[in-house]
Write a protein that binds this ligand. Sequence first.
Ligand SMILES: [Zn+2]
Length: 227
Amino acid sequence: MTSNVKHYWIIILLIFVISCTNKNNSSDNNETTITEISSDNKLEPIAEKVDTIIIDSDMTFEEAVKNTKAPKTVIDQLVLIDVQYLSTDNRTHKGQILTNKKLEEDVRHIFKFMLDSGFVIDKAIPVVQYNWSDSLSMADNNTYSFCYRNVSYSKHAHGMAIDINPRFNPLRWKKENCPNQPEGAVLDTTINGTLHIEHIVVKEFKKMGYKWGHQFSRYYDDHHFEK
Ligand SMILES: [Zn+2]
């Protein structure tokens, strides 16, 4: 081999070595990228947790009407509806409303309206969870429709009324010196979830043809809407 040919081979060898080194570098880069992606993936469960809907109620229809004193003719009029709402913890919750089939579309509409407008519903759980005691349900600020009680006059007995956040919107007597219901609850319209005459949720209920308990003769039943 001449000296020139030797140089030629040395240069070829150098090019080969350099190109291999570059390949290694580029594969190192790829590894770095993969590591970054996988560390991003590790963050995902945290983001998911923030978006997760909190389940307040997830009953079957049979569970929701269990041990009710209502006759079959009344039970046959009912439907159990899944609803979503913004709760007092500023997170989206899923609850359920057991109501009359005639109100199904209204209930779906008003819950979407309340969620879209950022109106808070503390919780919505069928009253069976409170052993069919509407007093316990009201004291717990629970939004509900069907409860088989005061059958002669209450629209709740057929699921034709709905109570919205009873503790935020207590029943207040107009003349009689009786305690608010639920007892100890005080009206404060600055709290999200509280209704008043000009409130858009009240106006939306009225638009759908509901009578608001605020207009009852003996008391302001501010949480109550009926058809
Ligand atoms: Zn009511």
